[in-house]
Design a protein around this ligand. Structure first.
Ligand code: ATP
Length: 369
């Protein structure tokens, strides 16, 4: 097992472009499951490949257990990589695929056999050891790829989108299998995904990347409850948080006729323009259209023209634009606990829950607290 430390690690593919990985500093604890997440092209895979030694470092350092990995060849790093494509040898059986790295490392035949048998047991692959990749399902191949990493008993697992070739249902079940396996084995794991749900459900901590720069590293709960900027706020959470630019006057934010009172300390730090963030569950309905006793823009509630209703059975999401808002105004997303009778074209009045408003500086996007 091992600690991993990225110290201003940088990768620049060309002199003219911005670095793909831009001075990342990240301290990963022994046995931790750290997820790197962010949109396509943000530098996740490059970061992981630098750790595995598959990509050179143009600046900074990467330490494993305190040792600088500069000049250490990938095969000498004691890091096992699991790829999205699984990268299995098609002409070898599952057992041979798993044993391959051990054969190369001159591990004895008897020990190799034992380690493969152990991994096969953990991954429930015992019945499939003689099958070639072409004779297995995607999920089974994925488990063989995991097995190949496990048998090496490495210091660190590096996983690059290992679930993206699985269908949605299998992805969910495999997600918890991998997380459970990592807990049992206790091997430090760096896991790359662009799927924020995967990140939030699997990681002890989640590192959010944007344009090669680290935005925030935190527990899933902290990321959700205290996003450091509008990018993280919008990236984490599904459906996404509603972010609306608004004016601050006399300690109150004005959002399409809705007034949001701000905590005094926060109001003191806010400039004239802020971005108010409200998650779908941070609203409640105050009036149904059928019993509409309120006037629009009375200050405490927001009137929404319902544009879309998604009923998922146990909960519903209502998407609407503020009544009277200009064309192109932000859509507000409201979660309702139960099934809703609201329909497209209805008007619904919603109020933010007290204390659940996120506030960001409009110019920098940074959180104000
Ligand atoms: P995805 O989720 O789409 O796989 P990612 O976050 O893993 O994306 P990277 O693959 O790390 O992103 O790529 C980061 C940036 O570096 C991108 O802009 C990409 O185009 C660029 N890049 C990656 N590999 C190379 C390469 N070999 N040569 C030049 N540019 C590259």
């Amino acid at each position: 097992m091992a600690t991993v430390y990225f110290d201003e690690a940088t990768r620049r593919f060309s002199k003219d472009d911005a670095p793909a990985v831009d001075g990342i500093t990240l301290d990963i604890a022994d046995g931790e499951f750290l997820v790197l997440v962010g949109p396509s092209g943000c530098g996740k895979s490059t970061t992981l490949r630098m750790l595995a030694g598959l990509e050179p470092i143009d600046g900074g350092r990467i330490l494993v257990d305190g040792h600088d990995q500069k000049g250490v060849r990938p095969r000498d790093r004691d890091i096992a990589m699991v790829f999205q494509s699984y990268a299995l040898y098609p002409n070898m059986s599952a057992a041979q695929n798993m044993a391959f790295a051990l054969d190369n490392a001159k591990v004895s035949k008897a020990e190799t056999k034992q380690r493969v048998a152990e991994a096969a047991k953990i991954l429930e692959l015992e019945q499939l050891l003689d099958r070639k990749p072409g004779q297995m399902s995607g999920g089974q191949r994925q488990r063989v790829a995991m097995g190949r990493a496990i048998v090496r008993n490495p210091k660190v697992f590096c996983m690059d989108e290992p679930l993206s070739n699985l269908d949605a249902k299998l992805r969910v079940s495999t997600r918890s299998q991998i997380a459970g396996l990592q807990r049992r084995l206790g091997i430090t794991t760096v896991y790359v995904t662009h799927d924020q749900v995967e990140a939030m459900t699997m990681g002890h901590r989640v590192a959010v990347l944007r344009d090669g720069k680290l935005q925030q590293v935190d527990t899933p709960e902290r990321l959700y409850d205290h996003p450091v900027n509008t990018f993280v706020a919008a990236f984490i959470g599904s459906p996404a948080i509603t972010l609306v630019e608004s004016d601050v006057r006399e300690g109150v934010a004005h959002v399409h006729g809705l007034t949001v009172p701000l905590d005094r300390a926060v109001a003191g730090r806010a400039k004239e323009k802020v971005v108010v963030g409200l998650r779908p569950e941070s609203w409640h309905v105050v009036d149904t259209p059928a019993h509409d006793g309120r006037k629009d823009g009375d200050g405490t509630s927001l009137a929404l023209n319902v544009e879309l209703v998604e009923s998922l059975g146990s909960e519903s999401f209502v998407y609407g634009r503020p009544v009277g808002a200009e064309e192109g105004a932000d859509r507000v997303t409201v979660r309702l606990d139960k099934r809703t009778h609201l329909r497209v074209g209805d008007v619904v009045h919603v109020e933010p829950n007290h204390g659940e408003v996120h506030l960001f500086d409009a110019a920098s996007g940074e959180r104000i607290e």
